[in-house]
Design a protein around this ligand. Sequence first.
Ligand SMILES: [Zn+2]
Length: 313
Amino acid sequence: MNVRTPESLLAAIDLGGTKIAGGLVDSEGVLLHRVQVPTPARGTEKEMTAAVTAVLDLLAGHPGWAAVRAVGIGSAGPVDIEAGTVSPVNIPSWRAFPLRAEVAAHPAVAGLPVVLGGDAVAMTAAEHWRGAARPYRDVLCLVVSTGVGAGLVIGGQLHTGRTGNAGHLGHITVDFEGRPCPCGSRGCLEGLASGTAIARTAAESGWRSPDGDTSANAVAASARSGDPLALAAFDAAARALAAGIAATATLVDLDAAVIGGGVAQAGDLLFAPLRRHFAGYAALPFAARTVLLPAELGTDAGLIGAAALARTA
Ligand SMILES: [Zn+2]
């Protein structure tokens, strides 16, 4: 890692269901130092809190820590940025957990501003600061992986909404008669377009994995070799995404939609049908001119995004 110590740094925490990463990021959005511990997702509240403390201890031990002027946290959601709490679906011991106050109380953090946001909103902030969304003022950013997360930049500013959940596109209805969603609604975009949904759509259509792997990655591999059922599963996901993005483009007059996450790494398998269906749903000229782009930032997007949140302090 880079050893120079600029005069002003941002500390970042990316809290997910499998790992808690920490980083020091400079004012240009360059990640200078990175640490990581596993998330004790099935552990007690105390074990979870200890893991966050461990990440902060590791970061605070870096000589650059003295230059840190704010701390940003991007967390698995739901989050409530008004209350400073998180209730990550995959971390049952944390419900309305006061994460912002917990981080602020760490001895090395005391006195620094601490900004909390959801992970998809952090990714949106990262893509707007350093990635594919950089040239645009009005952008929707999506993370399509096991779920579907999203965030909005409106008028050049990250738009979080009151609780930090604005742009939560995964849970808008794109199929009125669709199946019930764990969120309580039905026909949600996430239930049709996530990696989990792609794997299920393929399995239900009679697609059979050649080697027993039934993940969305396996469906993608099969689609690449021309399997019509695997291609149809990607087409169905792309269609649902297209409807959701077109609705958003019509609602807020987007310049661009940036799509990242594991499913987006399928590249043209997703983007070709996505662009085709989008042309059908975004019929009004102002919506049709929205450009659809792959995300540019990879595995460090979460940390760069958390730092981008800290910048707003
Ligand atoms: Zn839902």
